[in-house]
Design a protein around this ligand. Structure first.
Ligand code: MGD
Ligand code: MGD
Ligand code: SF4
Ligand code: MO
Length: 728
């Protein structure tokens, strides 16, 4: 593996020297290039259509953005982007993009603005931020920022004295998984996930719908595993694309996965199929854990899950047969039912029984390159504590809770929140219960949204700042934590078409207007980048030419010398968790059945489509060309009973009377009769999104209820129910 990629690396690096002359002009001379340029220019950068950060090479032909391909030396993508990444040029050419800074002229949410200059917009923001600091303290200015582009704006806010900052990637995404794994192994799964899918002989997917969920490396490795004949076990109420590759497909009753996990562990323990040496060497509290499993028989689990006892036994034995190269995938978007950290802990424990943590075909040990931070002055010391999790209500929340900031904004407790800066997150689609988000926004003296398109959240802003897309800007460096550590650079490929600016420029100018210029000792972003790359002992010109510098691989598995260290209080894998017990929680996972919905209703489930990312790509003409609206998946028996057929339009009414946009029916046998499914991110209501407006329906609008995880504050969102109303 290593020699191969290093050999390829050498080949590529000599090839990229040819392109070096052209590439080195990027950033300063694109303006001249766009007008005078003839021929083809190639620029390495990394993708931002999702957060996987695949290395890419963009081609500009006769001054116009032409295509984007994978960077062949990128360990994440191996030269191949996913459909969304390939369609990334549609983000640059989107005619519905924000063009210039806007200041609100009417009531919030009416989407009426006047165009202003950057000076006017930033003066307005700085003035109001100073007023908030004087009247309420700088901690009353909060931020929501998702992705690497938020780095510099968060730096400006920290310099100002803000401390309350969150992203939906914790409490609405992978938070429970990180907490469940950290409680068990003393370490998180991380992103990109440390899953050794390519080497697994048995892969268990619990809802993770790889192939629709297009995280590039995972999908490529999944294809490799399938090609190698790995045994695939898929647990999903819906027959996903991944299920079509499976040896065993378990159409589980939604919300009962913990029962299945407990029964699987019961089988492994009672039949003595677990990795006894591994457990003896690394485990803590195994006896108590094993004793807790006695009642969780496959027969018991059958009643809860609908999966017959024979299948439970057969699949447990299948996992044992291939261990330790059996990978029970930890999932990623795991905020489902509010018991998610404990369910994730059960997944961690099942992997521990199989001995897969730290083993080939299981979970490898990632490493990253050491790139020192830029030496900035110290931030001011806060006089108040963060407000998203007062009194550690959620004792195991290891990152800030977006919904906690929202709660505090509504209640004004423990202290008022008067300003929000929202960067690259569409809170109205990402947080559950949009009414609460709107109520919170109404409490604010200042709402700033930085986006590339007029999102629903931008519709509520006082000031909207149009950002350059990822193809038009530098961002912070990406020292990736992966199998093969590497450093990635995002750099501009082409100029912004109108008055859009990159985040670093906005952040620096805003800091200057706030009197915080000292926090930006550099004049240009490249000065900053070059400083950091040089401090890491690497060459900035080389990084610009190649887009990626590879680091030295470390041992990946215990058998190869990766250290078997567990940062839990006991220093071992905690089968029984004294930490949880001390905090008043179940020290070993315990099953509680999910609450049923109103009679005649369907549980609302949602997920991904290969050609879209969340609510951010429906406006991208290239991607919407492949899928312009979503449909609601309904079991064909329900469709017949309701007197409907495929492609009929219906509306979904949830348990709280919220009615969706109209949406087409997809009659299918590929979903259980007790639930419906739709792709997340559609049903846009922002008038500025002329192309995406009104196409399909929004799952987020129907997610009025959520079940909060008592361990870590994650918001389980699969707890809503809908009925179907035919459209006249
Ligand atoms: N109902 C429901 N809610 C969910 C989910 C779900 O499936 N259903 N999924 C959850 C998960 S797993 C996650 S990770 C979160 C994701 O939540 P978010 O990250 O908030 O995802 P998006 O809704 O796509 O919002 C991203 C916003 O960033 C903008 N944007 C895109 N590129 C740029 C850029 O270069 N610069 C700037 N400034 N803005 C940009 C987009 O236009 C869009 O408005 O949502 C969570 N919430
Ligand atoms: N194309 C594309 N790919 C993406 C993204 C994107 O926006 N677009 N976003 C990325 C991000 S940030 C994330 S977090 C991931 C999310 O992707 P995943 O972590 O794979 O998961 P979800 O989208 O939550 O999962 C949806 C799947 O779970 C199933 N499911 C629902 N309820 C249950 C249940 O009770 N039990 C079981 N066993 N299964 C259930 C659904 O039927 C569906 O197949 O995708 C990543 N990849
Ligand atoms: S997975 Fe696809 S969208 Fe995400 S960074 Fe990679 S190419 Fe881009
Ligand atoms: Mo996510």
């Amino acid at each position: 593996m290593n020699t191969l990629s290093r050999r390829r690396f050498l080949k590529i690096s000599s090839a990229s020297i040819v392109a070096a002359g052209a590439v080195s002009g990027v950033g300063r001379t694109v303006a001249d290039a766009a007008t005078a340029e003839k021929g083809i220019r190639q620029v390495p950068t990394f993708c931002d259509i999702c957060f996987w950060k695949c290395g890419a090479v963009a081609s500009v032909r006769d001054g116009k953005l032409w295509k984007i391909e994978g960077n062949p030396i990128d360990p994440l993508c191996h030269g191949r982007l996913c459909p969304r990444g390939t369609g990334g040029i549609g983000a640059h050419t989107d005619p519905d993009r924000l063009r210039s800074p806007l200041i609100r002229t009417n009531e919030r949410g009416e989407e009426k603005w006047k165009e202003v200059t950057w000076d006017e917009a930033l003066d307005y923001i700085a003035q109001r931020m100073k007023k908030i600091a004087t009247e309420h303290g700088p901690e009353s200015m909060a931020a929501f920022a998702h992705g690497i582009g938020g780095t510099f704006l968060k730096h400006t806010l920290k310099a100002y004295g803000a401390i309350n900052m969150a992203a939906p990637s914790f409490a609405q995404c992978r938070g429970p998984r990180e907490v469940g794994f950290e409680l068990t192994f003393g370490d998180v799964v991380g992103s990109p996930e440390r899953t050794d899918i390519e080497n697994s002989d048995c892969l268990v997917l619990i809802g993770s719908h790889l192939g629709e969920n297009m995280h590039n490396t995972q999908v490529q490795e999944f294809a490799t595993a399938v090609g190698r004949g790995a045994s695939i076990i898929v647990v999903d109420p819906r027959f996903s694309v991944a299920a079509s590759k499976a040896k065993f497909y378990l159409p589980i009753k939604p919300g009962t996965d913990l029962a299945l996990l407990l029964a699987w562990m019961h089988v492994l323990v009672t039949e003595k199929l677990y990795d006894a040496d591994y457990v003896a060497k690394y485990g803590f509290g195994f006896e108590q854990f094993a004793a807790s499993l006695t009642t969780y028989t496959p027969e018991w689990a059958f009643v809860e899950t609908g999966i017959d006892p024979d299948t439970i036994r057969t699949t447990a034995r299948e996992m044992a047969r291939h261990h330790p190269a059996t990978l029970v995938h930890p999932g990623r978007h795991v905020n489902w039912y509010g018991d998610d950290a404990q369910r994730s802990r059960a997944i961690a424990l099942l992997n521990a029984l199989l001995g897969s943590w730290g083993r080939k075909g299981g979970f490898y040990q990632p490493s990253s390159m050491d790139v020192p931070a830029y030496p900035y002055p110290d931030y001011p010391k806060a006089t108040r504590a963060k407000l998203d999790n007062p009194d550690k209500k959620y004792p195991f929340a290891s990152e800030s809770l977006s919904t906690g900031i929202r709660d505090a904004t509504i209640s004004g407790l423990p202290y008022p929140v008067k300003g929000w800066l929202v960067y690259a997150t569409n809170l109205l689609h990402a947080l559950p219960n949009e009414a609460e988000t709107i109520e919170a926004m109404k409490q604010l003296d200042l709402l700033v949204v930085v986006d590339v398109i007029p999102s629903e959240t931008a519709g509520w802003a006082d000031v909207v700042l149009p950002e350059s897309t990822y193809l038009e800007r530098f961002d912070d460096l990406n020292p990736e934590y992966f199998k093969q550590p590497f450093l990635g650079l995002r750099q501009p490929v082409i100029e912004s078409p109108q008055d859009q600016k990159p985040n670093w420029w906005i952040a620096k100018k805003l800091a200057e207007k706030l009197g915080l210029g000292a926090f930006y000792p550099w004049n240009d972003i490249e000065e900053y980048l070059e400083h950091r790359v040089t401090a890491a002992g690497l060459s900035y010109p080389e990084l610009k030419q190649k887009g990626i510098i590879l680091g030295q691989s470390q041992p990946l598995y215990y058998e190869d010398g990766a250290p078997a260290e567990f940062y839990t209080p006991s220093g071992k894998i905690e089968f029984y968790s004294p930490q949880l017990e001390a905090a008043g929680f179940d020290p070993v996972p315990r099953y509680t059945p999910p609450a049923a919905g109103p009679p005649g209703s369907f549980r609302l489930l949602f997920g991904r489509a290969p050609m879209h990312s969340f609510s951010r790509t429906q406006s991208n003409r290239l991607l919407s060309d492949m899928m312009s609206e979503n449909a609601v998946w309904l079991n064909h028996t329900s469709v017949t009973r309701l007197g409907l057929k495929s492609d009929d339009f219906v509306r979904l009414r949830n348990q709280d009377g919220i009615v969706s946009n109209r949406i087409k029916v997809k009659a299918t046998e590929r979903i259980r009769p007790d639930c419906v499914y739709m792709v997340h991110g559609f049903g846009h209501t922002s008038r500025g999104l002329r192309h995406a407006f009104g196409k399909g329906a929004s799952d987020a609008k129907l997610v009025t209820r959520y079940q909060t995880d008592p361990l870590m504050g994650g918001t389980g969102m699969n707890v809503n129910f809908v009925t179907i109303e035919p459209e006249a």
